[in-house]
Design a protein around this ligand. Structure first.
Ligand SMILES: C[S@@+](CC[C@H](N)C(=O)[O-])C[C@H]1O[C@@H](n2cnc3c(N)ncnc32)[C@H](O)[C@@H]1O
Length: 291
């Protein structure tokens, strides 16, 4: 069946993506990232790569696939991954989890200092996208630990997509991204500016350098082991939904390996890690602890 919905009305040269072309690109994406694209994502592939095919003067997705498979195509492969990953996120997504950190977990760390002889907490946002999640963690830490100045915290953030890492480092956000940021935090940790974007004035929120400098961003593929050990808290939210069972197990083993004894894992409310019990135990609200 021809995929008419996938063909943009203003495009005249690119042929609709065939079943075989979709399968080749889907398998390639899977081998690189573990992201398993269902058949419903055919139109997503078409719309996100259409311009690239035009630039390369290709008319068929088959040509783009062959091009990607040639030697020394690292930059093109990076473009392909960046184009296909889904990066939806916003500040204080699942706010309750940040409240739990501030109201329950951090106070319990202070109360049981034997587990933290160095008075240091490390946190990794493992699919950090454009930075809203790690910066929300940064704000939460800053807010809590200001009253416990002898404690230190270390924040790592990573994503496979190099474009989102770049945007995260810039730290400039629109109104929608900061919708759930309490006003007091907006005042304290952001500066507001009006930017001219294509003749339209847009209100932008720039994360303060105080928060920016405490998050260390790097590109990282979850199919590999993260190069930092003994992490106390891992936020790995809204990424395992893209993985099949086999990839999820591989990714789990990779991050479980770098999680400190009794460390915590935060996932999204639509995900579960129940298949990995009893290595971990549920603490409620999509939070698990290493056993
Ligand atoms: C929907 S965003 C989640 C952002 C944030 N964690 C949140 O919950 O708001 C999913 C992110 O996972 C990243 N991703 C997908 N596959 C990945 C992989 N194999 N390794 C690292 N990051 C990956 C994507 O680039 C994307 O930025």
């Amino acid at each position: 069946m021809q995929n008419t919905e996938a063909k943009s009305s203003f495009d005249t040269s690119i042929q609709p993506i065939t079943e075989k072309e979709f399968n080749n690109l889907r398998d390639f994406m899977y081998s690189l990232t573990g992201v398993a694209l269902p058949p419903s994502k055919k139109s997503l592939i078409f719309s996100r790569l259409r311009k690239k095919l035009e630039t390369l003067k290709f008319t068929k997705f088959e040509q783009y696939y062959e091009y990607l498979k040639q030697p020394n195509r690292d930059a093109e492969i990076e473009y392909f991954i960046n184009a296909i990953t889904t990066n939806e996120t916003y500040f204080f997504r699942h706010t309750k989890q940040f409240n739990y950190l501030h109201d329950v977990l951090f106070p319990s760390f202070i109360a049981n200092q034997t587990n933290f002889p160095k008075k240091e907490v490390s946190i990794w946002s493992a699919a950090s996208s454009t930075g809203e999640e790690p910066y929300s963690l940064g704000i939460t830490c800053k807010h809590f630990f200001q009253n416990n100045p002898s404690w230190r915290f270390k924040l790592y953030a990573s994503d496979i997509n190099t474009d989102v890492i770049q945007q995260a480092k810039e730290g400039v956000y629109n109104e929608r991204a900061v919708k759930y940021v309490p006003d007091s935090f907006k005042k304290k940790f952001f500066t507001q500016e009006i930017l001219d974007q294509g003749g339209i004035n847009q209100k932008k929120y720039k994360i303060s350098s105080e928060i920016k400098k405490i998050v260390e961003f790097r590109q990282h593929n979850l199919l590999k082991r993260f190069p930092v050990d003994n992490i106390n808290i891992i936020f790995i939210r809204n990424v395992m939904i893209y993985f099949d069972k086999q990839t999820k197990t591989k990714v789990f083993n990779n991050f479980f390996d770098v999680l400190a004894p009794k460390g915590y894992i935060f996932i999204s409310l639509s995900e579960s890690l129940s298949e990995f019990e009893p290595k971990i135990k549920s603490m409620g609200t999509a939070i698990y602890q290493k056993v």
